[in-house]
Every structure is written in C-alpha cells, then in structure tokens.
Design a protein around this ligand. Structure first.
Ligand SMILES: NC(=O)c1ccc[n+]([C@@H]2O[C@H](COP(=O)([O-])OP(=O)(O)OC[C@H]3O[C@@H](n4cnc5c(N)ncnc54)[C@H](OP(=O)(O)O)[C@@H]3O)[C@@H](O)[C@H]2O)c1
Length: 306
C-alpha cells in the first residue's frame, strides 16, 4: 500500500482508503472477515458518514473490527456530517456537535481523526462552523477537519473564519467522472468538456495542500453504474483490459492506477465489499501508468483533446 502525506499535516496515510457506505450489504460474520482482510491488505484508513446505512455502517464497522484502544491506534477514522435526510443540509453548530457525538458512540471511540462536512449547506454560517470545530478540537473529539463536494470559494469562505486548516476535500472522481481534469485540459475552449463546474478545485487543492479524496472511483454519472465491464464503454474497457494484461493485474487495479497517476496524490476511496476486489485494487500501488497510457485511457473514455 502506498503512503501519502495527509493535507499539510505530518500524518502519513494509506493512499487508498476504504469507504464504509456499503457495509450494510454484509451480515456480521462477513463484515468481520471483510474488515480483517482489508486490514491485512493495508487498508487502515476508513471513510464513514453519519448517514451511511442511517448510522448502521458505523456500528457494523466498530463491531466487526472489535474496537478497543489497541485497535483504535492502528486505524485512521474519518466521518462526515451535514446531510440530514428528509431536511437537506445542515451545517449548524448544534447539528455538527450532535452528529459527531452520534458517530463517536456508534464507532465506539473517543475521537475522529478527521471530520468532513459532507455536502455544501446553502444556509451555512462560517463563524458557526468555526465555533463547532473549536469545541470539537478542544475537547479532543476531532483531530483534523475537511470538506466534501466543495469548490474553492466555499473552502476559502470557511477557512477565513476557522484557524483549523482544512486538510481534505472529498469529490467524485475517476475515469467515469473526470470533469475536474478535462476542464483544465480544455481551458478557454467551447464545448461541454471546457465547462468548469468546480472552480478549478483540483488545482486549488494542490495549491493549498488539501488532499483530494476520490469517491465512487468506479462509477459513472451519479451512481448510474460501474464502467468496468459495461457495454456503454466498449473502447474504455478494451484499453483497460489490454493494459491489465500487460501489467498482470485486474481491470480494477488499472482504474485506480489511473487516478493515482495524477500528480496531485489523490486518495481513492473504494467501496467494494468484496475482499478479493480489495486485494486486486492494492496492485495499483505496484506500478505507474506511463503518460501515454494515462492519456490513452482518458481518450478511450470518450474525452477529447483541444
Ligand atoms: N462524499 C460523498 O459525497 C460521497 C458520496 C458517495 C460515496 N462516498 C464514499 O466513497 C466510498 C466509495 O463509494 P462507492 O462504493 O460508490 O465506490 P466504488 O468503489 O466506485 O463502487 C463500489 C461498488 O461497485 C461495485 N463494483 C462492481 N464491479 C466492480 C469492479 N469491477 N471494481 C470495483 N467495484 C465494482 C462494488 O461491488 P462489490 O462490493 O461486489 O465489489 C460496489 O458495490 C463510499 O463508501 C463512501 O465512503 C462519498
């Protein structure tokens, strides 16, 4: 497993993180085996959210890992808050504090290594979030803070009021969803690939030493499906399969190697609950795609160059 520096901290973290959103797919016995295998493969960075499985994913995780002080020291736990099903989004101080307490209880731990704000709340008041962060940090409940699905201006607005450096931004990214790369390639051109929907967030995060975490790296669209093996992407699969053969890895590893070839040290958050797939994915750490191969995959996904 590759290690990368997390944001501007001195913390080294596994480059590939395990997303825990789908843990409710597993019964308790399979969940225990799955987490145990994941740890053996080097997945020690776990991404949660208060809403995953309506809180059940955090519970399943802490039971499966047999959470205690010894175990806690060996893992990095990140959770998120700010989405309230049935309401929408809530970055109020009360909600953030209540949500973290809920996560800590379900995860059976005293602290989160990282707390992310899940999705922008249009009604957020940065001073209020800053107060919540201070309380959480000073009480030892959260070590580091970050955001998810935010553009540079939103990050700057919050950063203006909090002394806690925002260390991560979790965004959808992969070869099936790579607008944040293609808009950079198509600067000042016309056409949909030139659309800058995110305020050049990838470059901004690199400038500010914010770790970009890539959620749903195997999906295309907004949970429309997995591009690997999909009839919708014949050329992409042909190229990926050929490269998989030549590197002696699976197509899954090539899809993750494509993300990790980008020099921003992007941290893919993978969500498979299949231990074999998790092992296959780690092979992406053993080689680096060439520049030519990276662009070939990019084009095979239907992207063009100006
Ligand atoms: N911040 C946000 O807004 C946000 C949004 C969504 C997700 N997330 C985070 O991102 C994590 C990953 O999301 P995700 O689960 O959608 O990501 P993913 O890794 O792209 O997708 C995993 C899903 O794809 C399936 N799959 C089918 N064929 C596959 C193949 N060849 N290779 C890999 N997977 C294949 C997996 O099935 P098997 O289990 O059978 O392998 C699993 O159901 C989540 O757990 C969560 O932590 C964050």
């Amino acid at each position: 497993m590759n290690m990368i520096k997390f944001g501007s901290t001195n913390m080294q973290v596994p480059q590939i993180a395990l997303g825990c959103m789908r843990l409710t797919d597993l019964d308790s016995q399979r969940a225990e085996k799955y987490i145990q295998s994941a740890m053996e493969f080097g997945y020690t960075f776990f991404d949660h959210a208060d809403i995953y499985g309506d809180g059940k994913c955090e519970e399943i995780f802490s039971t499966a890992i047999h959470m205690n002080d010894d175990v806690r020291e060996k893992v990095i736990i990140q959770s998120k808050c700010g989405i309230r099903p049935g309401i929408a989004y809530d970055f109020s101080k009360e909600h953030i504090l209540r949500s973290v307490d809920g996560s800590l209880g379900r995860l059976k731990t005293d602290y989160l290594d990282i707390l992310l704000l899940h999705r922008p709340d249009a009604l957020f008041i940065p001073q209020e979030v800053a107060e919540a962060f201070d309380i959480l940090y000073n009480s030892g409940k959260v070590k580091y803070f970050g955001v998810s699905n935010q553009n540079p201006t939103q990050i700057k607005l919050l950063q203006k009021y909090t002394s806690h450096k925002l260390q991560a931004n979790q965004l959808q990214f992969g070869i099936g969803h790579c607008q944040m790369v293609s808009s950079g390639i198509h600067v000042n051109m016309t056409g949909t690939q030139a659309l800058n929907n995110d305020g050049s967030v990838l470059d901004y995060c690199r400038l500010e030493d914010i770790t970009v975490q890539a959620w749903s790296p195997f999906q295309y669209g907004f949970f429309e499906g997995v591009f690997l093996g999909s009839e919708r992407f014949p050329l992409l699969n042909e190229v990926i399969n050929r490269l998989a053969n030549s590197y002696g890895v699976t197509n899954t590893a090539i899809a993750i190697a494509w993300i990790m070839r980008h020099p921003a040290n992007i941290q893919p958050i993978v969500g498979s609950v299949n231990p074999q797939r998790l092992m296959d994915i780690t092979k992406a750490c053993d080689f680096m795609l060439t520049r030519e191969e990276w662009y070939e995959i990019y084009m095979a996904a239907g992207n063009t160059l100006p």
